[in-house]
Design a protein around this ligand. Structure first.
Ligand SMILES: Cc1ncc(COP(=O)(O)O)c(C=O)c1O
Length: 436
């Protein structure tokens, strides 16, 4: 089969509603590279949406998967198996100390939905109603009913009737200083945004609040790093009111931001955490981690699913965590990310269309604008720069509330040499697209 034949079958048999696909038809991948059916090689700077943190087909993961697949692949959540409990222990050892137990599911959407369910159960067992959940404007948490409602971006929910209108969800301000800072310093703006959540809890929400849900760095929203004052203040506001803080680390987890979990940058002690993407080291796996308080509220039978703790996914995840911690890939992410951001910031002087460069570790965003002063979003320029990067043999992502943020989220094994070449190509691609 060649790429043209694969594309014809795709258009005939896969539903139209999938996001527009890149023309690339993939044959194989290894380390930092993806090869198409015609043998062309691409450097992967997007990691299957922030997922292939160890690069493609890491030999330790391939070995663990093959070994487990030959032993047994599925038994259902009714039975215990060694990989599941070993993984649970390894994960708890890495998590913020407030989190002591985990539940394994299959995706980020399931992890966030399940985390909110467990927060609501906790509220009810503790004698509250738990009718309201606060999420952020600009956030992304998934595309099924509850998670789509929680997602604070209209572009994902248009024309779906009331599907994305799960009751009791309220959206709080997005800590997006570049756009909404309004002349405040970053620190002041961070405090202001957190205080708005306190206002909602105390004065605006129609019922008591079961949970406040945040991505520590908003990924799909455009790699929005909140001011350093924001999350600590938010955590204090929640804890003073007894409201569980739920952290969505689906995209930020497992070394991506330079720490194993982004929550560590601010020393957070959440009551619940959702994880997925890089957890499965390339296989589908999600997890919900809970505090003792939440675990205490649960009764046997509260949560379950057929594929929970899938043995092959757990074996991959276990091997993945061993590689991540043994090779200290989060430290490489911190180093390479900082140097990419530094070089991209230097290019801002010569390219007025680069409105903002931001990120932590290897979660890097370049926000493109038509005008430095008005900050008019430039989604057309972002699409052109992405296509130009592809022509040069690099795969990047585009995201953002206004679809104008280039997303650079390569595997954490990236070397200095590849990272610098990638940045040079990115700068040239933006120039080329803007005809500078
Ligand atoms: C922060 C965050 N939460 C949840 C999700 C949903 O995860 P999944 O696509 O695995 O269902 C995503 C996916 O991009 C995400 O970035």
């Amino acid at each position: 089969m060649n790429s043209e034949e694969a594309a014809a079958l795709r258009d005939k048999y896969l539903i139209r509603g999938i996001v527009p696909r890149d023309p690339l038809v993939i044959d194989r991948a290894s380390g930092l590279h993806i090869y198409d059916l015609e043998g062309n090689r691409y450097t992967d700077l997007f990691s299957g949406i922030s997922t292939n943190n160890l690069g493609h087909c890491h030999p330790d993961v391939v070995r663990a998967v093959a070994e487990q697949a030959g032993r047994f692949m599925h038994v259902s959540g009714y039975y215990t198996h060694p990989r599941e409990v070993e993984l649970a222990k390894s994960l708890v050892d890495l998590l913020p100390r407030s989190l002591c137990k985990v539940f394994f599911c299959n995706s980020g959407t399931e992890a966030v939905d399940g985390a909110v369910k467990l927060a609501k159960k906790t509220a009810v067992v503790e004698g509250r109603q738990g009718s309201t959940v606060i999420a952020l404007k600009g956030s992304f948490h998934g595309r099924l009913s509850l998670t789509l409602t929680l997602t604070g971006q209209r572009k994902y929910k248009a024309r779906l009737g009331n599907y994305a209108n799960y009751p009791g969800v309220v959206h709080a301000p997005c800590p997006y200083h570049y756009r909404y800072g309004g002349g405040l310093s970053e620190d002041e703006f961070g405090l202001r945004c957190a205080d708005e959540v306190a206002e909602i809890i105390d004065h605006y929400a129609s019922g008591d609040v079961a949970a406040v849900l945040v991505e520590p760095i908003l990924g799909e929203g455009g790699i929005i790093v909140p001011p350093d004052t924001y999350l600590p203040r938010l955590e204090k506001i929640c804890s003073e009111r007894g409201v569980p803080l739920v952290v969505d680390e689906v995209q930020t987890g497992f070394g991506r931001t330079g720490k194993i979990f982004a929550s560590e940058h601010w020393g957070l002690k959440p009551d619940l955490m959702a994880m997925a993407k890089a957890l499965g080291a390339g296989l589908p796996l999600g997890a919900i981690a809970v505090s003792e308080r939440v675990d205490r509220a649960l009764e046997p039978g509260d949560h379950f699913n057929t594929f929970m703790g899938n043995p092959v996914s757990c074996a991959a995840a276990l091997a993945g965590i061993r590689v991540l911690t043994r090779d200290r890939l989060h430290e490489n992410a911190a180093r390479q990310g900082a140097s990419m951001i530094k070089h991209l910031r230097e290019a801002m002087d010569e390219i007025p269309f680069m409105g903002d460069v931001r990120g932590r570790g290897l979660m890097v965003g370049v926000e493109l604008v038509w005008d430095e002063r008005t900050k008019k979003p430039a989604p057309e320029l972002a699409d052109r720069a992405k296509a130009e990067m592809r022509r040069r043999g690099y795969l990047i992502g585009v995201g953002g509330i206004y679809k104008n943020v280039l997303r650079i989220q390569p595997p954490l094994i990236i070397t200095e040499e590849v990272a610098q070449e990638a940045v040079e190509n990115l700068v040239e691609s933006i120039k080329e697209s803007a005809k500078i």
